[in-house]
Design a protein around this ligand. Structure first.
Ligand code: HEC
Length: 241
């Protein structure tokens, strides 16, 4: 077959290499001249706490993968996953000797490629959204959005905002998504359960027992108790009247 159909490397396919290689280098030179490297801006500001460290886009999916997996298996995955994956790739020619090239005749290979692409795309999306990071830019709710039944609950919302609860908890559509949405928490939890959770913290929730006074704690619980479906319904009726 080689004698009948083959072509010598030089000059036939070597020439194609030359054309393609020159094209790639030309493209790089053009990009370097007209696009170039990103401009470096001034020195970093160490007092800025509002930072969301992000890798470049092509490393976003591994970041999301490590952020979402249980943290105690992270080191194993980091070391073993590349070894196993590359080992499998090197083994393919030994395991699978025959085979097909037409895509429709090799459904497993195609399914594998689609699975890998879908995982990378969805992990990149998660990496951009970064639900595991608190949202330090969250906006304060307006008084009508808070819709507090009492003065204490209104004060409670102010504390909720000032103490940074809203960095992690969404209320009425505003706030981070690190912790559960608290828009309707008044229906889920009793005041005692709320107090215990706020004082002791929880999994990924800091304990606030040492940084809230008794009155502040009660005010926040009063605010959270007023988070019910019905408290929300009042707003549109009040406005339509
Ligand atoms: C760093 C992020 C973070 C901050 C800041 C934070 N929380 Fe949480 N919170 C969480 C997480 C995560 C959970 C879920 C904990 C769990 O399941 O063990 C949670 C759970 C809760 C719950 C129970 C909700 C439920 O549905 O079970 C309440 C109530 C709560 N937080 C109130 C507060 C209040 C009040 C503050 C501010 C004083 C606050 N949180 C600050 C992350 C945070």
């Amino acid at each position: 077959m080689l004698k009948e159909k083959g072509v010598p490397f030089f000059p036939d396919s070597g020439w194609r290499d030359v054309v393609f290689g020159t094209g790639v280098i030309l493209l790089l030179v053009i990009l370097a001249i007209f696009v170039g490297a990103p401009e470096l801006v001034g020195p970093p500001d160490p007092s800025n706490v509002d930072v969301k460290p992000h890798p470049d886009w092509y490393l976003m999916w591994p970041e999301a993968l490590y952020a979402l997996m249980p943290y105690n298996i992270e080191s194993y995955v980091m070391f073993l996953m590349p070894v196993i994956l590359f080992g499998l790739l090197f083994a393919v020619p030994f395991i699978s000797l025959g085979g097909q090239r037409a895509p429709l005749r090799r459904p497993w290979a195609i399914a594998g490629v689609i699975g890998v692409l879908a995982s990378i795309i969805s992990l990149t999306y998660m990496g951009i959204k970064a639900p595991w990071s608190p949202d330090f830019n969250t906006q304060q709710l307006s008084d009508s959005e808070v819709n507090a039944p009492t003065q204490e609950a209104l004060h409670g919302y102010q504390l909720f905002y000032d103490k940074g609860c809203q960095y992690c908890h969404q209320v009425e559509g505003k706030g981070g998504i690190r912790g559960p949405n608290l828009t309707k928490v008044g229906e889920r939890l009793t005041p005692e359960e709320m107090t215990i959770r706020i004082v002791n913290g929880g999994h990924n929730m800091p304990a606030f027992g040492g940084s809230l006074s008794h009155d502040e704690l009660n005010a926040i619980v009063a605010f959270l108790q007023s988070r019910k479906v019905t408290s929300n319904d009042k707003v549109p009726t009040a406005q339509s009247e």
